[in-house]
Design a protein around this ligand. Structure first.
Ligand code: MOS
Length: 710
């Protein structure tokens, strides 16, 4: 009965046909009766206050139903509670829409215009005119690092002797900078909000987690979460940008309440650059020292990342230096600088991708200083146990990954001497960089229902931002139930379904997969008991024999209890071959090999896509992506795809995705670890290292654009 396709190259995406034919409906593609449209008006100043807003012309424009700003916005109860603690400074937190007259960043929503058509709302929004009082603002990280403050609990960490690297025979100290980068998934962020009754709300929303969005809205509007229905059946990409309730979502919900009709609010592409977070611009400095034979003596890793004035956004840029390599002395320091720009948010490999660019570049620089091959240097400092906690790793086959990747890229063709190889007028170079990310497993619940016709229905509230979660879950269930994948229906993206956490932190296969695994095993057991035998049950026959229309279980899977016994990480290594044109500085990525140690691979086809997507993101990070702010105005200038460059098909070579594919014995029943983040983490360093090998030019400030190479 087994679907042989699952066992060889893996199941094809169960929703692939729906996606490529346009049959998949995304959150903006619903039309509740009476739906109208909201368009946001953004602040044209960067800091200060609103004196007045003239909404008369907009209100008189055809089809306009309402113009809402802080002047007439109904009180939002969740905001008020946080701020009524008299005498205390306003607590920091996510941005509060239409809360007062303060302007905290350029483009901040100051009003929402609601009209009967999108075009009329868009036009009327241009008629809203605000008068402001401007204040001086700071939007440059570089000019404001002196005001940086400790980044909460991730702030400072010491192991062994501080600055021990300075006493090492071979040492270097360098600064590494990444600009801020924006998510810009293909699908624009969008919400449709519909109040079914005074305190009952339905939303169709782009979100990474329907349950978290339900909680988030309940907290802001102070209504019972059971009264909020969140639907997010398909998500056209998100990797951190849809993990929180953003102002545009609050605006639509408020607008729907005011006009008493369902309101759709979809961000325009330009707003996607300023309204749903970004990877923070981050300055880093690494000091690293080793013995002559390449044993690490010490690492010092400092980082200063940008945040906003109203929220302390924290990630973990320096953690990679504490757990990647065996090193007795490591001190890290992470600070934030508050700028007059909207808050950053998590973005694929949040923190680790930033930190790994610096660490993997520094290791590469050290390898040249020592005249030791970069792989050999990493193997000399291979951590057999977690150097930070001292705990054993639940699994780690990174050494095998180095070897596999080196074989596939043709590492032996690499010349250890920079700028020494040319072909057809192009400089050729090879580089590598590694990634790591915690392997997490959280709680989740799955309902499994076997229906009389032999269909297995699986239900859990997870949403799928793109990796192919449904496909992975069906793969797990088909294997356990021993039925063809085509007989399994996976339902998700609906807050009325059993609990699943948000899709984030590369944890969903481990988390929801465990719930699917446990539910299927329990259901199968129930059938075996009914039939009085333990062999593979004939589900339809048993249901018929017992006169049942279905048999179901709802099974909760707890989070990983082995997490305190073992250090759990996924590991990756990226190998890159580049060609650099000596005259124009153009970098062509010629070949990429990525090897992931992600435990057992439950869904090989979608796993491959995940790695390829991460590698492409890493190439973008290394060579193209950069938010540019004109500090004279505090305004983002390249808020479009013509000026903000991301890789296109022609920029991307063949990418080989390889897997160690050995189960982790401790994390979950499948032995599967995450891979979403490690697909990107380390990739930018690998590209930068390849560029150095090709050219002898060490670029420590991303992106590596041609002007930096000529
Ligand atoms: Mo998150 S950065 O969506 O794992």
């Amino acid at each position: 009965m087994k679907d042989s396709a699952i066992n060889k190259e893996g199941l094809s995406r169960i929703d692939g046909r729906l996606k490529v034919t346009g049959a998949a409906r995304y959150s903006a593609e619903y039309t509740p009766a009476g739906m109208v449209y909201g368009v946001l008006v953004g602040s044209t100043i960067t800091k200060g206050s609103i004196r007045s807003i003239d909404t008369k012309a907009a209100e008189k424009a055809p089809g306009v139903l309402a113009v809402i700003s802080h002047f007439n916005c109904p009180k939002i109860p969740g905001y008020q509670i946080a701020s009524t603690e008299a005498g205390k400074p306003e607590p920091k937190g996510t941005y509060k829409l239409f809360y007062n007259n303060k302007i905290l960043f350029n483009g901040q929503p100051i009003a929402v215009v609601v009209a009967d058509t999108f075009e009329r709302a868009l036009f009327a929004a241009t008629l809203v005119k605000a008068q402001y009082t401007s204040q001086a603002y700071q939007t440059s990280l570089k000019n404001n690092t002196a005001s940086a403050f400790a980044a909460g609990e991730n702030g400072e960490s010491k192991r062994g002797t501080v600055a021990a690297w300075k006493t090492a025979p071979v040492k270097l100290e360098q600064e590494y900078v990444i600009p801020s980068e924006v998510h810009n998934p293909m699908e624009l962020h969008s919400i449709i909000a519909h109040w079914d009754a005074e305190d009952k709300l339905t939303v169709w929303d782009k979100t990474q987690g329907v349950k978290d969005t339900q909680d988030g809205i309940a907290n802001i509007f102070k209504i019972p979460k059971e009264n909020i229905q969140v639907n997010s059946k398909f998500v056209g990409g998100a990797f951190g940008s849809a993990l929180q309730v953003w102002p545009h979502e609050v605006a639509a919900i408020i607008a729907a309440r005011v006009v008493k009709r369902p309101v759709k609010l979809m961000l325009g592409r330009a707003d996607m650059f300023t309204s749903v977070g970004y990877r923070p611009h981050t300055w880093q400095k690494i000091g690293i020292g080793a013995t002559e034979d390449g044993k690490l003596v010490g690492i010092s890793h400092e980082a200063i990342g940008q945040t906003s004035t109203y929220e302390d956004f924290n990630e973990e840029p320096v953690s990679v230096s504490r757990s990647t390599y065996a090193c007795p002395n490591v001190n890290t320091n992470y600070k934030l600088t508050a700028l007059d720009i909207g808050s950053p948010t998590w973005m694929r490999g949040p923190g680790e991708a930033t930190g790994a660019f610096a660490l993997e570049s520094a290791l590469d620089e050290l390898s040249y200083a020592l005249n030791i091959d970069p792989i050999e240097l990493r193997l000399k400092n291979y951590a057999e146990t977690d150097p930070e906690s001292g705990k054993p790793f639940s699994s780690k086959y990174l050494n095998e990954a180095y070897k596999m990747g080196a074989d596939h890229i043709g590492w032996t063709d690499r010349s250890p001497k920079p700028a020494s190889v040319t072909k057809d007028g192009w400089l050729i170079g090879y580089g590598m960089g590694g990634g790591m990310f915690g392997a997490y497993r959280d709680q989740a619940t799955c309902r499994a229902v076997m229906i009389a016709d032999g269909t297995l229905l699986l239900q859990t509230a997870v949403s799928d931002i793109g990796p192919g979660t449904g496909t992975a879950m069906v793969s797990i269930a088909a294997e356990i139930m021993d039925i063809p994948a085509g007989k399994i229906r996976f339902e998700m993206g609906d807050s009325s379904l059993p609990y699943a956490p948000s899709q984030g932190g590369s944890s969903i296969t481990a988390t929801v997969g465990s719930a699917v695994n446990d539910a299927c095993k329990e259901l199968k057991e129930k059938f075996s008991q009914l039939a009085g035998n333990t062999e593979t049950p004939d589900y339809t026959k048993i249901l018929k024999d017992h006169n049942l229309s279905k048999l179901e279980v709802t099974t909760a899977s707890k989070g990983g209890d082995n997490m305190n016994k073992y250090a759990m990480y996924s590991w990756s290594v990226h190998f890159v071959k580049v060609c650099v044109h000596p005259t124009t500085g153009v970098v062509k990525v010629d070949k990429v090999v990525c090897v992931a140690d992600s435990g057992h691979i439950v869904s090989p086809k979608t796993a491959r896509s995940q790695i390829v997507g991460g590698a492409i993101g890493g190439i973008g990070m290394a060579l193209m992506e950069e938010v540019i702010i004109d500090h004279r105005y505090g305004k983002l200038v390249n808020n479009n795809f013509a000026d903000y460059h991301i890789p296109v098909n022609a920029d991307i070579p063949q990418i080989e995705a390889l897997f160690i594919n050995k189960p982790d014995p401790y994390i979950n029943p499948m032995g599967a670890k995450g891979m979403g983040e490690i697909a990107l983490i380390g990739m930018a360093g690998a590209v930068a290292n390849a560029v150095y090998n090709a050219t002898g030019k060490r670029i420590r400030q991303l992106p590596i654009t041609p002007d930096k190479l000529i």
